[in-house]
Design a protein around this ligand. Structure first.
Ligand code: DGL
Length: 251
């Protein structure tokens, strides 16, 4: 049955677990295949063509494993490949994360805002259209080159040093922080330690609602399944799977 097929979800590593976690809250009975492409991390510094080819291979793999819909749980991949993939796989729906900049417009427009994302996302045409449309004219853009990589490698000391060096100048100025990379919600506490009690904006909860609506409208909602999650890492790293599962269980 179509309904019982899995939801395919991917990122350049385990960052997309922050998206999956939100999805499970609204779709607890679906089955999932999560593809962690750690071998190609980071996507943020790669060319558009490289990312397209990498993501195309992942989508082929997920579809050959019976996925009914694909979630692109990576802002960089979404910005650079969502249109291409939708054009290429016309019968498949893609749900793509994007930096939650519209949420700032909706809920905290007048507050100074820091957008943290990969260089690839910040330079992308897609993000620049979003910025133009919802600009609050108090926005600072911070391409965090190398940060997703440190998070992927689970290096807390280097992450703290990185943040100290790159975001401490915004302390006392910034009130909103857009977490424009799916790895960044994993280091929310470190960001808070430096910037204080800022408002975080993360696209995952809205994406989860949107995914649910699409499945419902297409008659593909599985509300009686077992909620199985299959984790695949492109380097087959057991440590990744352990970290991934710990986040699902503990958060
Ligand atoms: N998690 C990815 C994102 O949301 C990026 C990490 C990377 O550069 O690979 O943009």
């Amino acid at each position: 049955m179509q309904k019982e097929k899995s939801i395919g979800i991917f990122d350049s590593g385990i960052g997309g677990v922050t998206v999956l976690k939100e999805i499970i809250k609204v779709l607890p009975n679906e089955n999932y295949i999560y593809y962690s492409d750690s071998i190609n991390n980071p996507y943020g510094d790669k060319s558009d063509n490289e990312i397209k080819s990498i993501c195309n291979n992942i989508v082929k793999f997920l579809l050959s494993n019976d996925c009914k819909i694909i979630v692109i749980a990576c802002n960089t991949a979404s910005a650079k490949t969502a249109d291409y993939l939708r054009e290429k796989y016309k019968d498949i729906k893609f749900v793509a994360i994007e930096p939650a900049y519209k949420m700032v417009y909706d809920y905290a427009y007048d507050k100074p805002t820091l957008v943290m994302a990969t260089k690839g996302t910040i330079e992308s045409e897609k993000f620049n259209l979003l910025l133009k449309k919802y600009n609050n004219h108090k926005t600072f853009l911070l391409p965090c080159i190398g940060l997703a990589d440190l998070i992927e490698q689970n290096k807390p000391n280097e992450i703290k040093e990185y943040l100290q060096e790159h975001i401490s100048q915004y302390k006392g100025i910034i009130e909103n922080v857009v977490l424009g990379c799916t790895h960044y919600p994993l280091i929310k506490n470190y960001i808070k330690d430096i910037l204080g009690d800022v408002n975080f904006f993360d696209g995952a909860p809205k994406l989860a609602e949107h995914l649910r609506n699409i499945l419902e409208a297409d008659g593909l909602l599985n509300d009686s399944g077992s909620g199985n999650i299959k984790f695949i890492d492109s380097q087959n790293l057991k440590a990744k799977e352990d970290r991934f599962k710990a986040f699902i269980i503990n958060n």
